[in-house]
Design a protein around this ligand. Structure first.
Ligand SMILES: O=C(O)CCC(=O)C(=O)O
Ligand SMILES: [Fe+2]
Length: 513
């Protein structure tokens, strides 16, 4: 998987895809031109051949008595048809066909389509959208240009069906049916979904959803099936479909979705948000006496604050530039098999900064940002100086999770767990993509240059604070850029006396190494 072009999250790969699309269409057109040339020659020959017949029409006998015509007819019928047949048999545009075949090797795979479908599924699910509106470009109150095709809706239906989401599958199929009526017939003879495909999958979805009689009626009334519809409905009833796609990790559930919805609306209406408190920090370091920082306190317990204008545009530009070449699909650590894996619970591209190829002069900005975080939070930043830059694309999200590991490893024993998190927002996000804390009803809309800061450990007991559960709502359009810096527990032991090594904790997970 790694090393393969990632068409789903990477914007560059999508640009490449457009280029390939252009090339393929040029090839298809030049194939059609070659074919047309051949057609023109054949038509010309047919026209020539028809000339004597036309001349003879109605006076055939007289015509054949003419010695010229006599010879001509014999010769032509003896000699000319063989080369015509040869010409007809000659294949046309083999070069174009071969080139298309070659380009096709690197096109999006079934896996890419599944991921893109899943991204769309997530958006529809999280924001509570209706497929028929989405198909016409109306997404969560915003009218986008263009619309989906019958085949697009059918692909989304197939994906939903595979995931066992029969209700959504039915909605997509009804939408597909409406679009099919509007598609040119000639086009559908070669590609695209047929009316019968749609009806069959709709019947299966209805049956799987418990609506057997509706499915049977639909099939029997369809001229493609008639009476056979009865048996078909019974067959679907007796063979429950297998779900082959697991959406477990992409379904984030009630409160998270509710907050995502309210967030996208609020952003659109630009209406006021309620904040606990807003103040300036000019105390945690000498630096801040010169440049006090505006702080919005979003929650006191657990402690969550938003710092404004922490990073300058120039710094952000630099971070984006130095991350670009190294971005890769982010992995999720799986305790079960101790490996990093691509998971549907988190869809984004990311890179740890500094990357091993980051130029020395580029590391300056990272050091400066680290120093600033220390100044602002008053915390010790010694360990784990790396920061994670992340770029979310269409449907990109992060299911609710805790940032602490609650895991026993030798590394975490040395530095402690993730005491606090700093989440820098590196751009203004167009639509969707808020950070949400479902346990404390908090939603934060990304704002370029600001940084969200929270404690992952309880302020008194220093135990894991489960209320810090948080996630990223699916992104609907554009990109979302963030950078995360985790601050470690044992770095704070001289600042916060309660944090004392060796910490004794009952870890819920252990990795022996
Ligand atoms: O992108 C976001 O809004 C959240 C990111 C996050 O939770 C993380 O990286 O741990
Ligand atoms: Fe997180």
């Amino acid at each position: 998987y790694k090393g393969r072009i990632n068409y789903v999250t990477s914007a560059e790969a999508k640009m490449e895809l457009l280029e390939k699309d252009k090339k393929l269409i040029i090839l298809l057109n030049s194939y059609a031109v070659k074919l047309q040339d051949k057609i023109n020659v054949l038509k010309r020959i047919a026209k020539e051949f028809r000339k004597p017949l036309k001349a003879a029409k109605g006076r055939e006998e007289v015509y054949l008595f003419n010695p010229l015509n006599h010879l001509s007819l014999i010769r032509q019928m003896h000699e000319d048809w063989e080369p015509v047949e040869k010409f007809m048999q000659q294949s046309v545009g083999q070069g174009q066909i071969a080139s298309i075949e070659k380009l096709r090797r690197d096109l999006p795979s079934q896996n890419d389509l599944d991921e893109a479908s899943q991204a769309m599924f997530r958006i529809v699910d999280a924001y509570g959208l209706e497929p028929k509106k989405v198909a016409r470009g109306l997404v969560d109150g915003v009218q986008y240009s263009g619309h989906l095709s019958a085949s697009d809706c059918y692909a989304l239906a197939k994906f939903s069906f595979k995931a066992g989401k029969y209700q959504i599958a039915s909605s997509w199929l009804n939408t597909a049916n409406n679009f099919l009526l509007k598609q040119p017939r000639k086009y559908n003879e070669v590609i695209g979904v047929s009316n019968m495909d749609i009806t069959l999958l709709l019947a299966r979805s209805l049956v799987a959803n418990g609506n057997v009689s509706i499915a049977r009626e639909m099939l029997v009334n369809d001229s493609n099936f008639g009476e056979a519809g009865n048996a078909l409905a019974r067959h679907f009833y007796e063979n429950t479909p297998k779900t082959t796609v697991s959406l477990e990790s992409c379904e984030s559930g009630g409160v998270f979705n509710k907050l995502c919805r309210s967030g996208s609306r609020r952003q659109l209406n630009e209406s006021k948000t309620t904040r606990l408190h807003c103040r300036y920090n000019a105390t945690t370091s000498p630096f801040l006496r010169l440049a006090p920082l505006r702080i919005e306190e979003l929650s006191l317990d657990p402690y969550v604050v938003l710092y404004h204008n922490v990073l300058s545009d120039a710094e952000i530009e630099k971070l984006v530039r130095m991350s670009g070449p190294f971005l890769e699909r982010t992995m999720v650590f799986r305790v079960e098999n101790r490996t990093e894996q691509i998971a549907s619970s988190r869809t984004a591209d990311g890179v740890w900064l500094p990357h091993k190829y980051t130029e020395y002069y580029d590391q300056e900005v990272l050091r400066r940002i680290n120093q600033r975080v220390g100044d602002i939070t008053g915390l010790n930043m010694r360990s784990a100086k790396k920061m994670q830059f992340m770029k979310y694309g269409f449907g990109g999200h992060f299911v609710p999770h805790h940032d602490f590991f609650d895991l026993k490893t030798s590394y975490l024993e040395a530095v402690g767990d993730r005491f606090a998190t700093v989440l820098f927002y590196l751009n203004n996000v167009e639509h969707g993509g808020a950070t949400v804390f479902p346990k404390i009803n908090l939603i934060v809309q990304p704002q370029k240059g600001s940084a969200l800061f929270w404690h992952n450990l309880d302020g008194e007991s220093y135990d894991y604070d489960k209320r810090t559960l948080h996630g990223a709502c699916p992104l609907i359009s554009g990109n979302k850029l963030v950078m995360t810096r985790w601050i470690y527990e044992l770095d704070q032991m001289f600042l916060l006396p309660a944090v004392l090594p060796p910490r004794r904790r009952n870890f819920s997970k252990t990795i022996s190494n």
